[in-house]
Design a binder for this molecule. Structure first.
Ligand code: EPZ
Length: 427
């Protein structure tokens, strides 16, 4: 398995191009199932999860062609076409490795009237149930049964019918499945307490480009007027707000200054306000945003919550930064029940962190020391990279396949702004 080796202590300076958003790409790809016409997605990030999703769609009958991707080009243009759905089964061996595969459930039900999708099972950060997805689809008339670890869903003879979906708690994936099912349902669907993450808005905009009728974008109530058919479209994936936030942390933790080219500030309100509270400076530039350190890192208290609040996907990265703050910080993780697995690894690098249930008390230390550490999940692996960039000495991060799921060309992007970082492949 590959490793990443970092010799820390170098302030990062220069420009980093932000890739297309992983969590937008993974909900835009299954939109191809909703029409028999071509859907072209631009600015697709070159990520393991995007490739895995493409392979799943191929099994369902979707042709995928990647255009004009030169090796040094960032992002890809992929044209997908589901002339006919040849299978409605998402097998366990795919779903267990990439839980976003559950996002084929809604589109398959809408287009083919049935779907058999493996239960995704839990993952490192939590149980990750899908009850809210299933309740939403039942509200549109789907019959759902769970047998032998699979969800078997069937639409009524005449297809799904519009209804009211009222989520008891915010769920990004369940909102996405509900949206993709509702666009071809007969009649109107109202989705209440919908997630408001920018990736949901990106999905809605892509569906509208395909001919869907959706009102209430950026609000917690989405109204969908179902259509007989959707047509093809060309749509560009939004910039990855979590990647941008992660590199902003890299600027602050190394005392550097970066321009995040292509970052959309308006999708990052709470990330950037947290960054400023921690002592960072943010300025608009012609092509994105500039983020830099301005003296030391300040301690702060932050709690994760659904958008527009501080995102859970930035908790681990902020923790690394706050490990070097002046003073004591309090982080509270309210979304996932087990998202502190980076703590023991950061502690091995000299961080002083105490976890009490959902809360993590981070007492700032003078410095971190390089050490061999192990990545456990996607965002935890980024927090270890950030700590390694700031630490004195050499850090070796193993199991970086986690990283490859969500960060395109990470070591190249960091090398280009002065990091002493390299990937050692033991293949
Ligand atoms: C999406 O996961 C993202 N993944 C996650 O990013 C992100 O952390 C999460 O949203 C929250 O923002 C993708 O978009 C591919 P949820 P999702 O449904 O949709 C509970 C990353 O690092 N829940 O909003 O699975 C659930 O257990 C990944 O990029 C139910 O109880 O998240 C969690 O506690 C990690 N029942 C909470 O809701 C359900 O049916 C929020 O989950 C669904 C969810």
């Amino acid at each position: 398995m590959d490793k990443i080796i970092i010799n820390g202590g170098k302030p990062l300076k220069g420009k980093i191009c932000i890739s297309g958003a992983k969590n937008a790409a993974l909900t835009l790809l299954p939109c191809a199932l909703l029409t028999d016409e071509p859907l072209t997605l631009r600015n697709l990030p070159r990520l393991a999860d995007v490739d895995s999703f493409g392979h799943l769609l191929n099994q369902l009958g979707v042709s995928t062609t990647v255009e004009g991707a030169k090796p040094d080009e960032m992002g890809r243009v992929m044209t997908l076409r589901a002339r006919n759905i040849v299978s409605t089964v998402a097998p366990y061996d795919i779903v267990r490795k990439m839980r976003a595969s559950i996002l084929v459930l809604g589109p398959l039900l809408a287009r083919a009237g049935e779907a058999t999708v493996s239960l995704p099972g839990g993952c490192a950060i939590g149980m990750r149930p899908i009850d809210l997805h299933l309740k939403a689809l039942e509200a549109l008339g789907a019959e759902i049964e769970i047998t032998s670890g699979y969800v078997r869903a069937k639409a009524p003879k005449g297809g799904l019918t519009g209804g009211t979906i009222s989520f008891p708690q915010v769920s990004v994936g369940a909102t996405e499945n509900a949206l993709m099912a509702a666009v071809l349902a007969k009649g109107t669907t109202v989705i209440e307490n919908a997630a408001r993450e920018p990736e949901i808005t990106d999905l809605a905009k892509c569906l509208i480009a395909m001919g869907a009728s959706i009102d209430g974008l950026r609000t917690d109530t989405l109204t969908v007027h179902g259509k007989e058919k959707l047509h093809g479209a060309t749509y560009a994936v939004m910039a990855d707000r979590i990647e941008a936030g992660s590199y902003a942390c890299a600027a602050l933790i190394t005392g550097g200054s970066l321009e995040l080219v292509g970052a959309h500030k308006e999708t990052m309100p709470s990330i950037l306000s947290g960054f400023v509270d921690a002592g960072g400076i943010v300025e608009d530039t012609k092509d994105g945003i500039a983020v830099r350190a301005d003296g030391g890192i300040k301690a702060l208290s932050v709690s994760t919550a659904p958008y527009p609040a501080f995102p859970t996907d930035m908790q681990a990265q902020f923790m690394s930064m706050l490990a070097l703050a002046e003073g004591t910080s309090l982080l509270t993780e309210t979304i996932f029940e087990n998202r502190y697995m980076h703590v023991p690894e950061l502690t091995r690098m000299g961080a002083d962190i105490e976890v009490r249930g959902r809360a993590a008390i981070v007492r700032g230390v003078e410095k971190l020391h390089g050490a061999p550490v192990m990545a456990t999940d996607l965002r935890a692996s980024m927090s270890l990279i950030l700590a390694g960039l700031a630490a004195e000495g050499t850090t070796e991060v193993s199991r970086i396949y986690h990283l490859d799921r969500g960060y395109e060309r990470l070591e190249e992007k960091l090398q280009a702004v002065g990091a002493d970082i390299e990937r050692i492949s033991d293949g």
